[in-house]
Design a protein around this ligand. Structure first.
Ligand code: PAF
Length: 280
């Protein structure tokens, strides 16, 4: 596995491997602090493509809180080991200057509800940063396929939209959300939780599971989501930001639950912001 730290080095790698590995590239964009959820994306990409480029870049423009950006875990050594074991060919770990030049800034993008509801509303500017960096990384990496985890369900919808407009030749592959043995959705942010925090955070997924079970037994989805909201709101130490039903493609807010494909949720535990979702 090769580690490349600039787009110039990445371009040289492409030229050197133009008749081989670089012909069919799978791309796994990450912000590092890799866990086994990322491992499954890399493994899938390595089965489906000739080579796999994993980017490790904590993107400053997608953080709407400076403290969140500063405290985001940075573990490049460990990331390289995990990426290598999972089958990565290249780890691309550029600096902000390399990606953005001197103007570390993301343009405002409005795709309607998909960028303005739920995550878009809770984290103003977040999707501008995601769109900007994924666009730039797609230009640098030139993949045939790009792999994203469906824990970030709204991000997948936003990236699909951006890619349809700007990179129609790239196939976006949405991969399963991976959970730990107690149901907690794997996230790089979990590393910042105490054992008490982890126990609290597990209520997020158990409430999602319970919502789906109630719906399967015949309760209206909206009512079931309301019950989950009530249960999460009364938990001390967990601050619920939102919970709601969505259509995973449009994210348009609607009170009728007929078009809903998923329930999405965001909450803070010990100051750590966590998101999760479940298919209905
Ligand atoms: O999902 C993430 O880790 C990030 O949002 C991404 C896609 C790597 C862009 O920085």
């Amino acid at each position: 596995m090769t580690i490349l730290k600039t787009t110039k080095e990445l371009n040289s790698w492409f030229i050197e491997n133009s008749n081989g590995l670089a012909k069919n590239v799978g791309f796994v964009p990450t912000m590092g602090a890799l866990h086994s959820g990322h491992g499954t994306l890399i493994e899938r990409a390595s089965k489906e493509c000739d080579s796999v480029v994993v980017s490790v870049f904590v993107n400053p423009t997608q953080f709407n809180e400076t403290t969140d950006f500063q405290s985001y875990p940075r573990t490049l050594e460990g990331d390289m080991l995990l990426a290598k074991d999972a089958g990565a060919t290249v780890v691309f770990a550029p600096s902000p200057e390399d990606i953005y030049g001197l103007n570390v800034h993301a343009e405002r993008v409005d795709y309607g509800p998909v960028t303005s509801t739920f995550e878009g509303r809770s984290r103003p500017g977040h999707f501008d940063g995601v769109i900007s960096v994924v666009d730039k990384l797609f230009v640098a990496v030139k993949p045939q396929k790009a792999y994203f985890g469906s824990k970030d369900l709204q991000q997948v919808a936003v990236v699909e939209r951006m890619s349809r407009e700007r990179h129609p030749q790239i196939q976006i592959v949405s991969c399963d959300l991976i959970r730990d043995e107690n149901g907690l959705a794997l996230s790089s942010r979990n590393a910042r939780l105490s054992s008490h925090g982890i126990a609290l955070a597990q209520h997020i997924s158990s409430e999602l599971q319970a919502s789906v079970s109630r719906v399967k037994k015949g309760l209206e989805t909206a009512k079931s989501v309301e019950m989950a909201q009530y249960n999460l709101e009364k938990l001390g130490g967990l601050d619920l930001e939102y919970i709601g039903g969505v259509d995973k493609k449009t994210f348009a807010k609607s009170s009728a639950d007929r078009g809903w494909t998923h329930i999405v949720v965001a909450a803070r535990v010990e100051g750590v912001r966590l998101i999760d979702n479940i298919e209905l």
